[in-house]
Ligand binder design. Structure first.
Ligand code: NAI
Ligand code: MG
Length: 356
């Protein structure tokens, strides 16, 4: 009896559909003839749909997506200069709404400098760390407002929300991950010297949970210092746990040092399994190269490795990662000008099929 996984695919805008097509190709190659079948339903969401219909993410979209086992998202968002899309309407109405509604409290962003990829750092060393970013709280919850808006006396508040429950569950996930990884290291990144109320909650939570994980070495860094260390000595990191805002910023930096936005994968995870988790490349819809087969689909393909891993299909996940590593090692430059999006996807799918 084969297991059927109901997968919701949200290709989105711009290069999203191009990279999702290759990711699905590799996903099928990795599970071909095996124990699992992917039953894929496509959802048409994003800036293009909003401009055509006025809908961003309706209750019925959300209900339909929720019935799936997992979600694969390409990228959403149109031209940032488009006045109809101002104020992050798609980001908040679609991406953040999905993360909050589906309780994606772990935003998992691995960073690895793959052999063969030129990093902008001259000597990065062996870089292989994971940022565990809190996904449902912090300053991103929309807890704020403005008074006397547009006057010289305007007051604008954006309140960061940190709950003991929310912090503990993400910290516990990070410790669990660190305990399973070879380096057994966890670094809390915050700004406890200035953001004293939330900082104290994060620090006390890490201290308390650490007792349950005696094999994990615990470290702390202020977020500003962490940006220095990420550039000066990124190989010192293993698992970083941090809040929603710091995690957002640090993972862009992490993407840059690892040599390319075309390689950075991520997972928005609901570890309890109450809702489907969502996997996506870190990059956006790249309107500048959309429709030209210029996008590197590797980040989307690596996101399917995270998806397979989350579903417990560890062998298939390892085959995808191995195939991608072999493909990258054979490249001469990170920005793969020579091959089209489809050619890269085909090459990786072929390697996946040939790994036994
Ligand atoms: P972007 O990530 O789309 O593009 C930044 C630069 O990286 C561009 O020069 C682009 O050509 C290049 N690039 C991105 N992905 C690439 C790939 N796979 N291969 C080769 N080159 C790649 O970020 P930008 O330009 O700030 O945003 C464009 C749109 O995407 C906006 O509407 C933004 O809101 C949205 N966006 C959506 C995200 C999501 O769906 N999760 C995340 C980030 C941005
Ligand atoms: Mg970001």
């Amino acid at each position: 009896m084969s297991r059927t996984v109901k997968l919701a695919a949200i290709p989105g805008d711009g290069i999203g559909p191009e990279v999702v097509a290759e990711a699905l190709k590799v996903l099928r190659a990795a599970t071909d003839g095996g124990e699992v079948d992917f039953d894929v339903t496509e959802f048409s969401l994003g800036a293009a749909r909003f401009k055509a219909t006025g809908d961003i993410l309706t209750d019925s979209d959300l209900a339909a997506i929720s019935t799936h086992d997992a979600i694969l998202l390409g990228a959403v968002g149109g031209d940032p200069r488009d006045p109809e899309l101002r104020g992050g309407i798609i980001e908040r109405g679609l991406l953040l709404k999905l993360r909050f509604a589906l309780d994606h409290y772990v935003n998992l962003r691995p960073t690895k400098v793959y052999p063969g990829v030129p990093s902008p750092l001259s000597d990065p060393g062996a870089v292989d760390f994971v940022v565990v970013r809190e996904g449902t709280e912090g300053p991103y919850v929309g807890n704020g407002g403005s008074l006397r808006t547009g006057t010289p006396h305007e007051i604008a508040n954006e309140v960061s929300v940190n709950t003991a429950y929310g912090v503990e569950r993400v910290v516990r996930y990070a410790f669990e991950l660190a305990a399973k990884r070879p380096a057994h290291k966890l670094t809390l990144v915050h700004k406890t010297n200035v953001l004293v109320f939330s900082g104290s909650l994060w620090q006390r939570t890490v201290d308390a949970v650490a007792v349950d994980y005696p094999t994990v070495a615990v470290d702390y860094q202020h977020v500003d210092a962490a940006t220095i260390h990420l550039v000066a000595n990124p190989s010192r990191f293993d698992v970083i746990v941090t809040d929603n805002l710091f995690g957002d910023i640090l993972t862009d930096l992490a993407g840059a040092i690892s040599g390319g936005i075309g390689l950075a994968a991520s997972g928005n995870i609901n570890p309890d399994g109450a809702f489907p988790s969502m996997f996506e490349p870190v990059h956006g819809s790249a309107p500048d190269i959309a429709g030209q087969q210029k996008a590197d689909p590797t980040a989307a393909i690596l996101s399917t490795a995270l998806l397979l891993d989350h579903l417990g299909l560890l062998e298939a996940a390892a085959r995808v990662t191995e195939a991608v590593e072999a493909d990258i090692a054979a490249r001469t430059t990170t920005v793969d000008g020579a091959r089209s999006t489809t050619e890269i996807g085909d090459a990786i799918a072929r390697r996946v099929s040939s790994i036994l």
